[in-house]
Design a protein around this ligand. Structure first.
Ligand code: SF4
Length: 331
């Protein structure tokens, strides 16, 4: 860990001003991923701006019937909130599927969006890594790549986004509220994270100095039937091999509306809009769900060790849609 100064911001304005005058400053809240990175010199800030005491720790109902979740609300508080459990159960279950209770107590809404890949080569500085140091290479391309991406990767990077929560947020049409040197703006969650392309060092479309202030969910009545299915090597405290967030709205046996997103397969939470479009108007049965899964995985390009993810993802989609069609619940 390098030497840095530590200050506690007194307001959002104060935090933004400090970041504006120091390009190497970083914000810290729960620190559950950032501190790990500091320890191995992946991040070497000149100062840490502690935002953890700012007024961004509330969950409020919006006038449209949705929820505005402050950036500093802990993952535990989001997962346990009665409105989240009732109206957006896939979000609650996704959060509870991630990390340990202790980490969920510390981790924040905003920080969860900003956690970085757990690609082992990224954390092991004995290896080159285009994400850590652009232009040095990607050892995952020919190395151990069992956990890596099957969709949306580039030759520069095959890392996957680690968050469970963000997969549910992608399916729920969440919007990220940010504030920065140029003012306030809103970014749809599906546009917040980036594919690696030729700039794998950038995970998000945040501009320098911008701060996440909240995540907003609109009303989505059929999200009550939403489910989150996570498949992993062990049943707790492990990142997803494959995850699926799904919700269906039915009229009789026919699908009226659909949301489908996947995790563990790409550099960002992977919303599958083509499969959603296909589902609308079709009968809610196994054949339809299998066809949707084929569409969702049509562009998959597995690596040496992760071809199993293609079939696993299709099965997970079929299972998640089947449970959602029956009204939701534990998958
Ligand atoms: Fe680095 Fe990405 Fe390659 Fe992992 S997959 S070694 S993060 S460039």
């Amino acid at each position: 860990m390098n030497n840095f100064t530590y200050i506690r911001a007194t307001s959002v304005k104060d935090a933004l001003q400090r970041a504006k005058t120091d390009q190497k400053a970083m914000y810290i809240a729960g620190g559950t991923n950032l501190v790990d990175r500091l320890k191995v010199f992946l991040d070497e800030p000149s100062q840490l701006i502690d935002i953890s005491r700012l007024e961004m720790g509330r969950i409020e109902r919006t006038s449209s019937g949705g929820l505005r979740i402050g950036a500093l609300v802990s993952n535990t508080a989001v997962a346990d909130h009665p409105d989240v459990r009732r109206n957006y159960p896939m979000l609650s279950r996704a959060i509870l599927a991630g990390a340990s209770q202790q980490i969920r107590n510390m981790a924040t809404m905003g920080g969860n969006l900003l956690q970085r890949t757990r690609c082992p080569y990224y954390y092991d500085t004995a290896f080159p890594c285009n994400k850590r140091q652009p232009g040095t290479g990607c050892p995952a391309a020919t190395g151990i790549n069992r956990m890596h991406a099957i969709l949306g990767a580039s030759e520069q990077c095959f890392a996957v986004h680690p968050s469970d929560m963000c997969v549910a947020l992608a399916a729920l049409d969440a919007v990220v509220d940010v504030e920065g040197p140029k003012g306030k703006r809103q970014i749809p969650l599906t546009d917040f994270h980036r594919l690696p392309g030729d700039a794998p060092q950038r995970d998000t479309n945040l501009e320098p100095g911008e701060l996440i202030t909240a995540v907003t969910l609109g009303p989505m009545p059929f999200a009550k039937s939403g489910v989150y299915l996570k498949l992993r090597d062990r049943t707790s405290y492990a990142f997803a091999l494959i995850s699926v967030a799904a919700a269906l709205e039915l009229t009789g046996e026919q699908i009226k509306n659909a949301r489908l997103a996947m995790g563990g397969i790409a550099h960002k939470p992977w919303r599958t809009t083509e499969a959603e479009k296909f589902l609308i108007g079709k009968p809610a049965n196994t054949t339809t769900f299998q066809q949707a899964a084929e569409i969702a995985l049509a562009g998959a390009k597995p690596l040496t060790h992760n071809a199993f993810k293609v079939d696993m993802a299709k099965r997970a989609i079929r299972r998640a849609l089947t449970v959602s069609a029956k009204g939701g619940g534990v998958v």
